[in-house]
Design a protein around this ligand. Sequence first.
Ligand SMILES: CC(C)(COP(=O)(O)OP(=O)(O)OC[C@H]1O[C@@H](n2cnc3c(N)ncnc32)[C@H](O)[C@@H]1OP(=O)(O)O)[C@@H](O)C(=O)NCCC(=O)NCCS
Length: 183
Amino acid sequence: MGGIQKPETLHMVNYEYRVGSSDDALLAEKFFTKVNGETEYLLFSPDEVMPAKAWASSLEYALQHKTGVTYFCLQGEDIVGAGIAFRGFPRRQHHVMGIALMVAKDHHRQGIGLGLLRKLEDWAASHSIVRIELTVHAENLRAIQIYKRFGFTKEGVKRNSLRIDNRLIDEVYMAKCIDTVTH
Ligand SMILES: CC(C)(COP(=O)(O)OP(=O)(O)OC[C@H]1O[C@@H](n2cnc3c(N)ncnc32)[C@H](O)[C@@H]1OP(=O)(O)O)[C@@H](O)C(=O)NCCC(=O)NCCS
């Protein structure tokens, strides 16, 4: 039969997505430590990753108070990708949601990044979010391309906002408006 096969089918790998809760805390610490050690494109160094106890309260607080959401992509018992979202705290920014996205290196190019973006956007749309925003390392062309493909546009540059191995690096502001505000 014609048509495009889902990446999961092509690679004979089953991925499952779920909303993170305190039950995922240990797996979360393991995953974030691994993924932050694989790339310079994420903000934290592996030794700066929150311990499981802090993940447990952070994930549970977000669930209960709807201050954001974390989606995990799992292969079997292992987390292989995560999409994290935080909505603005002041009422005047309650319609804005910041996101971060990361996939374990071994699982790149399987459609997980886009899958997580879809989950985050669906959550945003059902929680009165109008604007989704992020910052990305200016040299992370692959991520910038994926965000563009998903409808994000560049809004500006945070000059010298990262220092990595004594090199100053810009970050790019990107955003996607998923609804129109009536003025
Ligand atoms: C950026 C990142 C999240 C993308 O995740 P990903 O799961 O690899 O992304 P996807 O698979 O959804 O899409 C990526 C590309 O693979 C392609 N692709 C998807 N499934 C594929 C498949 N089965 N075979 C071949 N290519 C495939 C997509 O079309 C897309 O194409 P492109 O490279 O030409 O843009 C990931 O590279 C990552 O975690 N990087 C390190 C951390 C990071 O940079 N995070 C962003 C911080 S702002």
